[in-house]
Design a protein around this ligand. Sequence first.
Ligand SMILES: Cc1cc2nc3c(=O)[nH]c(=O)nc-3n(C[C@H](O)[C@H](O)[C@H](O)COP(=O)(O)O)c2cc1C
Length: 162
Amino acid sequence: MSVAPDDFKKALSCWATGVTIVTARAGDRVHGMTVSAFSEVSLDPPLVLVCVDKTSNTHPLVAEGGVFAVNVLSRDQTALAKRFASKQDEHRRFIGLEYESGKTGAPLLVGTAAALDCSLVDAHEAGDHVIYVGRVEWMRSSEREPLIYHRTAYRVLADVNS
Ligand SMILES: Cc1cc2nc3c(=O)[nH]c(=O)nc-3n(C[C@H](O)[C@H](O)[C@H](O)COP(=O)(O)O)c2cc1C
């Protein structure tokens, strides 16, 4: 039984996610990309995972540098999400952008809802993606509301009044 790619994408787009920018560093080279495939994995030790396309520029940099940061975008950071997903000027994403280097050296963006600075502990090949597992070395969180992605659109949270 085969799954048609468009049907698969349509079904997956029903799943609402947050939006992150996964950043990496190897030496003085930094890069990053918009990622929704992020999850917590373990509390003790503190582990998270991200799924990264093998054809992306970010993939080899994570493998080489052995670190990555998960920048959880806030509701007013749609422009950043688009910038780090676009293949136009992809090597200029950090130009003019304010960021600091985390404990691991991975770039931490400003104004995010949260940031998790990770050292790479495991990598699993999974089809056309690699699942990178990171140990959280440092983190910060805020009261900022997150950016949401659902049915290929950026959205914000709403309360349900019961
Ligand atoms: C909302 C959104 C979520 C995305 N999530 C992922 C993801 O989880 N994993 C992935 O490999 N690409 C994801 N992408 C696509 C990458 O951001 C995009 O291909 C990017 O240009 C890759 O950059 P790079 O090749 O310079 O590393 C997502 C794109 C968008 C708009």
